[in-house]
Design a binder for this molecule. Structure first.
Ligand code: SF4
Length: 131
């Protein structure tokens, strides 16, 4: 992620969250980080690898937990082949969310979304400058 963030070199970071979610999303069947990276790299264009890594890890930490995925409060439930693996009742699932998404953390979430939006704008502006 450092190479991707600081130097614009695309990379897929396979940590425990990324590996778990890649399997739940059906992107790979493997438990091996190297194989997971290879399988996912086949599915996405390199320019998306770094942000994909960030977003998947973000989702794994806050929503799609190892033991208790919050399926009923999951924004990608509609297309996730593993929907139902965790709690599907929306109210119960919402209580499983963590960090910025946890109940009572709305100001933190608003700040995060604003920063994310600004970061996306900066990235789009910088991509426009690439010939
Ligand atoms: S629907 Fe459930 S298993 Fe699928 S990504 Fe969301 S929380 Fe994870």
């Amino acid at each position: 992620m450092v190479l991707g963030n600081a130097f614009g070199i695309p990379g897929i970071t396979v940590d425990t969250h990324f590996g778990r979610l890649a399997r739940r999303f059906g992107w790979t069947l493997s438990e091996d980080p190297v194989q997971i990276e290879f399988d996912v790299a086949e599915l996405f264009v390199p320019r998306d690898w770094t942000m994909l890594s960030h977003r998947v890890v973000f989702h794994g930490r806050r929503v799609c937990h190892s033991r208790k995925p919050a399926c009923g409060a999951c924004p990608v439930a509609n297309w996730c082949p593993s929907y139902g693996l965790g709690e599907t009742d929306p109210a119960k699932a919402a209580r499983l969310l963590k960090y910025e998404l946890a109940p009572g953390s709305e100001p933190l979430l608003a700040q995060l979304l604003a920063e994310t939006h600004r970061a996306a704008e900066i990235r789009m502006e910088s991509q426009k400058r690439v010939p």
